[in-house]
Design a protein around this ligand. Structure first.
Ligand code: B12
Ligand code: SF4
Length: 455
């Protein structure tokens, strides 16, 4: 068979005023453009796990969201879904099936709504696709009828056995960044979280040697790639993280990852991260007003417990030369309209090199979604296309939906303005220089002590 892997990339947002603001604000646009061109790692994993004897091709949907015509030459097409793009994915799947192409759909959205997806795909796969994918290919090759494969009910994928994603299928497309996974899942349980934790799997870290092997495979197809770790929370295990950085250093790549704030408590790890090419860590700070985070993380109340130390943690991380992209969620229960000023003040005071603001979003399958449905607070039920993190689709309780929307605009304009971006970045470099001078002074002092001891 000829098997196609069709990725839908790009950024989604519907709020026209926000889009207009985004188009004029360099800080906002720069990051969106950089990440919008990431290839789909999930599909590259499936390609790597496809049984031999099939012809494989990787496709990207066109800029207008439509499928390229060449995809119609496939016998089977695999599509990955996120909630925000799922209607586009369904429309593409419908057209492909009408033309006689079999369609398999998996990913975060259809994992929680397989029944909805079954109306649009021949094969729907819930959970991690790695191990079940060969059975899907065999079913298609036999010409089997529609079926749901519940990979989510099977034991978690053994991450030590993962193959090298097929980066070679990307050809000479102009990707500037590549994703690699070092771990899957996250030990925490935030009620709004729609990441891989939704695949219902425990936190698993990969052997460091496998991660290095994967980056070497990227280096084989691209000189000087920027690596984004597609993890939920990379540095949960600090000793493993230190080893990862030691082995990363000789590769000479620059990289970015998502991690929780506890990384700030390990200066040795931070130094190894910087030396191994870490340029930025993205951290979910969620709210400068810590009280509202009470109970948001249900395992050990991690987010609320650590909130008071966030400012200090950001400063410690940045003092090692690693920039922090601090993420805040607007419209959490308990947030009033004061939150917009508070986020702005935090970002300037820290100072955060980069900031990401999103509105509280109830993704299907999350505890938050179930609660907001119970409370009748979802504004347009079933509008998965509004699950962009930028569009307001719930009734907040400390302000109105309109105030939340206007506050988002107000804050976007200020946070990403040239003045604020320059102010925050200048602050980062000033603090960095101060930290370097302090480190030199303490080294010099140690030298003096050593000399005195020698005499
Ligand atoms: C990289 C990334 C992107 C890339 C995606 C590149 C691409 N072409 O796919 C870019 C930057 C384009 C992106 C865009 C968006 N993203 Co994004 N992104 C991520 C990120 C950081 C990593 C995803 C990843 O690579 N995971 C690793 C792979 C291996 O896992 P996987 O994709 O889940 O695939 C596995 C299974 O799901 C399954 N599977 C997946 N697809 C298929 C298909 C078949 C046929 C089968 C059998 C199995 C299968 O098998 C795979 C292997 O086990 C996650 C956060 C996270 N930590 O997960 C957010 C995340 C996925 N993004 C999110 C969001 C909201 C968005 C945007 C809507 C943001 C916006 N406003 O524009 C857009 C979506 C637009 C779009 N085009 O789809 C949410 C999605 C939540 C949800 N449930 O829908 C996440 C979880 C972030 C978050 N915490 O909120 N994103
Ligand atoms: S810390 Fe991040 S990845 Fe982990 S559960 Fe919370 S939101 Fe999800």
């Amino acid at each position: 068979m000829k098997i196609g892997f069709l990725a839908l990339s790009g950024i989604r947002a519907h709020d026209p005023e926000l889009l207009a603001l985004g188009l004029t604000l360099p800080g906002f646009v720069h990051r969106s453009q950089a990440i919008a061109s990431l290839p789909s790692l999930g599909l590259l994993y499936l390609a790597a796990g496809t049984p031999a004897g099939h012809e494989l091709e990787y496709f990207e949907a066109e800029a207008d969201g439509k499928e390229p015509t060449a995809v119609y030459r496939c016998d089977l097409v695999a599509i990955s879904t996120f909630s925000a793009q799922v209607f586009e994915a369904y429309a593409i799947a419908d057209r492909l099936r009408q033309a006689g192409v079999k369609v398999a759909m998996g990913g975060l959205h259809v994992t929680v709504l397989p029944g909805e997806a079954a109306a649009h795909a021949d094969y729907v796969i819930t959970g991690e696709g790695d191990e079940v994918w060969p059975a899907v290919v065999e079913a298609a090759a036999r010409g089997d009828g529609p079926r749901v494969f519940h990979a989510g009910d099977q034991t978690a994928v053994h991450v030590a056995g993962l193959p090298v994603p097929r980066f070679d299928l990307l050809g000479d497309r102009p990707y500037n960044r590549f994703t690699v996974q070092t771990s899957r899942g996250c030990p925490w349980r935030c009620d709004f979280c729609a990441s891989t934790v939704m695949l219902g799997r425990p936190y698993r870290k990969r052997p460091v040697s496998d991660v290095i092997r994967d980056i070497e495979a990227v280096l084989a197809v691209r000189e000087h790639p920027f690596i984004e770790f597609a993890d939920d929370n990379t540095f949960v295990d600090k000793a493993w993280g230190r080893e990862l950085c030691r082995q990363l250093a000789p590769l000479g790549v620059h990289w970015f990852t998502e991690t929780d704030v506890s990384v700030a408590n390990d200066p040795e790890l931070l130094e190894l991260m910087r030396a191994s090419g870490c340029r930025q860590v993205l951290i979910g700070l969620e709210s400068p007003a810590g009280g509202v985070l009470e109970g948001v993380e249900s395992r050990s109340n991690f987010k609320a417990r650590t909130a008071a130390g966030h400012m200090d943690a950001v400063r410690r991380i940045q003092s090692h030369g690693i920039t922090v992209n601090g993420c805040f969620i607007l419209g959490l229960d308990g947030h009033t309209t004061a939150i917009f000023e508070q986020v702005l003040a935090f970002a300037r005071a820290a100072p955060l090199y980069d900031v990401q603001i999103t509105v509280l979003t109830a993704f299907p399958g999350t505890p938050l979604y179930a609660r907001l449905v119970r409370e009748g607070r979802i504004l347009e039920p079933g509008r998965w296309d509004l699950c962009t993190l930028f569009d307001v689709n719930h009734e907040p309780c400390g302000m109105t939906a309109q105030q939340l929307k206007e506050g988002m605009h107000w804050l976007t304009e200020r946070l990403y303005s040239d003045e604020c971006t320059a102010f925050r970045r200048r602050g980062f470099f000033t603090e960095r220089r101060r930290a370097r001078r302090a480190a030199k002074r303490s080294l010099a002092a140690t030298g003096l002590v050593d000399m005195m001891a020698a005499n």
